[in-house]
Design a protein around this ligand. Structure first.
Ligand SMILES: *Cc1c(COP(=O)(O)O)cnc(C)c1O
Length: 375
């Protein structure tokens, strides 16, 4: 028997979550963001569930090729654009739309020989200070692109730094609007947090945000970008990845007994613990200290002691019937309707759901769950 750990991908949940983006931004087209191998889920595994999107956004050219190999003929957007001039050849060949965020990318385009002009998304740095032209430089970049025969349509894009938090998006929207209000072209502004918090009903009363294409990343994968202020139940999102394993050992502890490396946990009373076939080499964060939530046979309990490479320990006090072979849900959907959102585990590790799903280790077998797409 193989080691009992596995990851399950839930296509029904992916389709449901994407539908939430549609419902919150009914007038916009939706990019399904599938960078980082679909946030660790596997592009090929999520493709059918997310193909109802209007396009796929990612940044690795090899991932764009994988999407075309799946016979996706619709839009694909390279969120960081080209990394070197010859990337433009692949854009021409595979009809990839690409971000343009710096002068060098315009130089490359100007030197590129193509029969088919490219659709580009000109990116503004409206305050994030990562990629993009400053509001002052933006119009000059637009004019340069607009004069190029290699360029077909120019869309306008920016990215928010605080859509999930108290600072919000108003200052960036104002900077974007001021520099673009009289420019033609479609707009793409909102990531998941902006879709959930600033486009939906919660934003009613706010000035309408012109946003022709929204970029739905993390919400599609069942993690709340503004956890713990809101959880996935609040946003009506469902877990799309379950990491589960089994107990491969049980220990009876006496008061004073310790658990694992560094003796980080000491029993205060007699208790049973279970040893789970899951460790940091599977992508479970080593930073999870004693008390991280975990489900055993669908019952919520906690980890005890340090996470080691291949194993971790759980408190079996609330699950006296647990034994070797009992099912353990590290995150996602457990047995009998139980659920442990990935965001809770991420928080215990001092990180966010994004990092956990992206860090699922290659040694963990991944399979699709049998639920129907409508599930
Ligand atoms: C990753 C990314 C997104 C998606 O962000 P989420 O928070 O996962 O929705 C959107 N736009 C850009 C430019 C990105 O890099």
């Amino acid at each position: 028997m193989p080691r009992p750990i596995e990851a399950l991908i839930h296509p029904g949940a992916l389709a449901h979550n994407l539908g939430r983006a549609r419902a919150l931004a009914p007038d916009a087209r939706v990019w399904a963001v599938v960078k980082a191998n679909a946030y660790g889920h596997g592009i090929e595994r999520v493709f059918d569930a997310l193909r109802g999107a209007d396009g796929f956004a990612l940044l690795d050219l090899a991932e764009a090729e994988r999407l075309r190999a799946l016979d996706w003929r619709g839009p694909i957007l390279l969120l960081e654009g080209c990394f070197e001039p010859r990337d433009l050849e692949l854009c021409s060949r595979l009809n990839l739309w690409h971000a343009v965020h710096c002068e060098a990318q315009i130089d490359w385009l100007a030197a590129h020989k193509t029969h088919q002009p490219h659709r580009v998304f000109l990116k503004m740095n409206s305050g994030m200070n990562r990629l993009g032209f400053t509001p002052t430089a933006f119009r000059g970049a637009w004019a340069r692109l607009n004069a190029l025969p290699q360029v077909d349509e120019i869309s306008l894009m920016t990215h928010f730094s605080d859509a999930d938090g108290t600072r919000g998006i108003a200052h960036q929207v104002a900077a974007f609007e001021a520099a673009t209000h009289d420019l033609p072209g479609e707009r793409s502004l909102a990531n998941s947090a902006a879709i959930l918090r600033h486009l939906g009903a919660a934003a009613a009363g706010a000035p309408a945000l012109r946003n022709d294409w929204v970029r739905a990343g993390i919400l599609s994968y069942g993690s709340a970008p503004d956890f713990p202020e809101h959880d996935i139940a609040h946003w009506d999102l469902r877990p799309t990845m379950t990491l589960r394993s089994r107990l491969i050992g049980v220990q009876a502890l006496q008061p004073g007994d310790t658990v694992g490396y560094g003796s980080a946990f000491t029993a205060e009373q007699p208790m049973r613990i279970g040893i789970v076939a899951c460790g940091y080499a599977d992508g479970y964060p080593r930073h999870c200290a004693t008390g991280t939530p975990v489900l055993v046979e669908g019952t919520r309990t906690r980890t005890v002691g340090r996470v080691s490479m291949d194993m971790l320990a759980v408190d079996l006090t609330p699950v006296p019937g647990a034994q070797i072979g009992s099912e353990v849900t590290l995150w996602g959907e457990g047995p009998r309707g139980s659920r442990l959102p990935i965001d809770e585990v991420a928080r215990a590790a001092g990180t966010i759901g994004y990092e956990l799903m992206c860090a699922l280790a290659p040694r963990v077998p991944v399979r699709g769950d049998a639920d129907a797409l409508s599930g």
